[in-house]
Every structure is written in structure tokens, then in C-alpha cells.
Design a protein around this ligand. Structure first.
Ligand SMILES: Nc1ncnc2c1ncn2[C@@H]1O[C@H](COP(=O)(O)OP(=O)(O)O)[C@@H](O)[C@H]1O
Ligand SMILES: [Mg+2]
Length: 337
């Protein structure tokens, strides 16, 4: 069975960086590894040689490491093609409402990452997959996305608008919804009514398949290891605690927390400095290092997980090899052996 590691945290904390380092470390242990990544910084993307490819490509310098970009729009097109007949799928992928869910909604992006993960896990080509989660919302929303998507597709809104299912009832929407949709069309002067009705009817066609796949995605999440990335800031710390307290978190192992961009511990002991601007600056950094240290201790006493500090670097390493070295020397262990 393919092992899974989900890398989570608030936007901008270093998820993509840590995901690349984690995948590189796992690949070095000899496992056939895939990193599914989102929105990497330019230098990292160049170092991994990925461009915009959503198909896995081999990372130079590694025998067992592939990387693939998450392409949420393409993942939703696959969902439509997988679960609807050809004509319905064609209508869905060109429908503006479907496109909005696929391209723009955070839940849509989050769910697409799960589907992409499931697709590669089922391929049998990998021993381990590391998922860099999308930047929108945060990790707890990522875990909730499969359920949210089911609720959207099976939910009350859809039933009200489409009424009980009648075969061959295209563009006949329920009596309850008709007045509201008519007003919308008159105000907006478009074919909103028709597009919405068509979208909702077609969407209900993919529900059974989507429900099954989304449960399979949830099962993968429930057995996945978590790497939570956090910086010494209140927002990211609160998000990390939400992720660790997610209901299905109890069954997950292993879990690691990376405290990223911390001022190294050694700086807490600033040498006696002369009372000039340089000395004042050293004292300020010593105070900052002490603050980071205190935050790490308090995090660990609240969550029971001891965070691994990654230093705040002037020039963060961009190559997967250098990232693996950095994480290893910080004491990070992907927990697979
Ligand atoms: N330890 C670090 N020291 C300095 N810069 C870092 C560190 N970790 C990440 N960065 C930089 O911070 C930026 C955001 O990191 P990234 O991994 O893309 O975050 P996320 O995926 O969470 O949005 C990138 O430019 C990255 O190179
Ligand atoms: Mg990122």
C-alpha cells in the first residue's frame, strides 16, 4: 500500500519548501516517492525542473523522486469524465458554474488535491506520496473538503433546485426554484437560469461516483502521516493546533510539527554587547530567539508534539537535495522506518 504524508499549515509558512524536503528525504531512503506540489516558489520549481507539468516528472539527482504540479482544473475535468456519460461530462466541463468550482473555490481546489492523490495512490507506481496542500484556507479545511463536496453535490440546495430526479427532465427545474431563477435572469440579462439548471442537473449525475471517491480520499487521509508547518506567529500557531485536533487526527501517525523560520536557539545567549546600535540589535535578536523558544515550549505542552525547529535562513535552499540535508540536520525524521 502507498504511504501518504500530508503537509499542512497556514498560507506562506513554508509548506511547499518542507514538502519538497520531506519527499527528498523519503526518496533517499529508497522508496519510490512522488511529491504533489502547489504553487512552488520560482527557484524551487526550477531546481525540481517542473514547469507547469501535472504529470509526474523525475527530479534530477534522484533515483526515486518524482514531482507533479497540482492542476485543480484538470483534476475536476477528470472527475466529470470519470463519473458522467460523455455528453454530460462535455456539458459540465464547459459550464461556467462547474468551471468556478473547479478553478476558484478553495474547497474545489482542496478536493482536487485529494482526487489527484487517490489517482496516483491507485496507480501502484509509488511507495510513498507527499502532498503539499493548497494555500487557500488552511489544513483543517483541506481535511474537511471531501465531506464538504459531498454536502454540496447531495445537499438541500441541489434538491430544491432540481426537485426529485426524473429521467430526461433536462432544463425542467423545480417549481419552487423557478421564480427566483427567473428574477435572476431578468436582472442579469443572461442565460443564468439555463446554465444553473443545466449545471445542477448534470452535477447530480456525478454524485454517486463522487460520493464513493470522496470516501476513498477520506480513508487515505485517515491513514496518512501529517507534517504540520508553523511559524512563530499567532495565526499559523492557531491553525496548527486546529489541524492537530481534527477529529480523525487521533488515528493518524506519525505526526510531526516543523517550526519554520525560527531564530536559532544559540542566539538567546547574545554575548555582552557594547551599548551601541549593533549591540542593541544583538540584544533584540536574543529576545526574539527567546520568544521563539518560549512559543515552541508552549506549543509542545498544549499539543503533546515537540516541534522541530528549522532556522530562518538568509537564502533558503531551493534544491531538494539541500532541503533534505537541512531537514535531516534539524532532526526531522519522516517516521517511516
Ligand atoms: N526556513 C526558511 N528561511 C528563509 N526563507 C524560507 C524558509 N522557509 C521557506 N522560506 C521562503 O518563504 C517563502 C514561502 O515558502 P513556501 O514554502 O512557498 O510557503 P507555502 O507553501 O507555505 O506558501 C519562499 O520564498 C521560501 O523560499
Ligand atoms: Mg505553497
Amino acid at each position: 500500500m502507498t504511504g501518504i504524508t500530508l503537509v499542512m499549515g497556514s498560507g506562506g509558512v513554508g509548506k511547499t519548501t518542507v514538502a519538497a524536503g520531506t519527499a527528498a528525504l523519503i526518496a533517499q531512503s529508497g522508496l519510490r516517492t512522488l511529491a504533489i506540489t502547489v504553487d512552488p516558489a520560482r527557484r524551487l520549481a526550477d531546481a525540481m525542473g517542473i514547469g507547469q507539468a501535472s504529470d509526474p516528472t523525475r527530479v534530477a539527482g534522484f533515483a526515486h523522486l518524482d514531482v507533479a504540479m497540482l492542476d485543480a482544473a484538470a483534476a475536476w475535468d477528470d472527475i466529470a469524465r470519470r463519473h458522467a456519460d460523455a455528453a454530460t461530462a462535455r456539458r459540465l466541463v464547459t459550464n461556467p458554474y462547474f468551471r468556478a468550482v473547479a478553478d476558484r473555490f478553495p474547497s474545489g481546489q482542496n478536493y482536487a488535491a485529494g482526487e489527484t492523490l487517490l489517482h496516483h495512490a491507485e496507480s501502484g507506481s509509488y511507495d510513498h506520496i507527499v502532498v503539499d496542500t493548497p494555500p487557500a484556507e488552511g489544513g483543517s479545511a483541506f481535511l474537511a473538503a471531501p465531506r464538504r463536496i459531498r454536502t454540496l453535490v447531495a445537499g438541500r440546495a441541489l434538491r430544491v433546485l432540481t426537485g426529485p430526479r426524473l429521467p430526461g427532465r433536462r432544463l425542467v427545474y423545480s417549481v419552487t426554484a423557478r421564480p427566483a431563477l427567473k428574477v435572476a435572469d431578468a436582472v442579469l440579462g443572461g442565460r443564468l437560469l439555463e446554465d444553473v439548471a443545466e449545471f445542477l442537473l448534470d452535477l447530480s449525475a456525478i454524485y454517486p461516483g463522487l460520493a464513493r471517491r470522496s470516501r476513498a480520499v477520506e480513508a487515505l487521509y485517515a491513514g496518512a502521516g501529517l507534517v504540520v508547518v508553523v511559524t512563530p506567529d499567532p495565526g499559523p500557531i492557531a491553525e496548527a493546533r486546529r489541524i492537530l485536533s481534527h477529529p480523525s487526527g487521533a488515528t493518524r501517525a506519525p505526526r510531526a510539527v516543523v517550526f519554520n523560520r525560527v531564530v536559532p536557539h544559540a542566539w538567546t545567549k547574545a554575548p555582552p554587547a557594547p551599548p551601541d546600535p549593533v549591540g542593541a540589535n544583538l540584544s533584540r535578536w536574543a529576545a526574539e530567539a527567546a520568544r521563539h523558544e518560549a512559543l515552541r515550549h508552549s506549543f509542545s505542552s498544549h499539543t503533546g508534539v515537540t516541534p522541530i525547529p528549522l532556522p530562518w535562513l538568509v537564502e533558503p535552499p531551493a534544491s531538494p537535495l539541500a532541503l533534505a540535508d537541512l531537514m535531516r540536520s534539524a532532526g526531522f525524521d519522516p517516521g517511516l522506518s
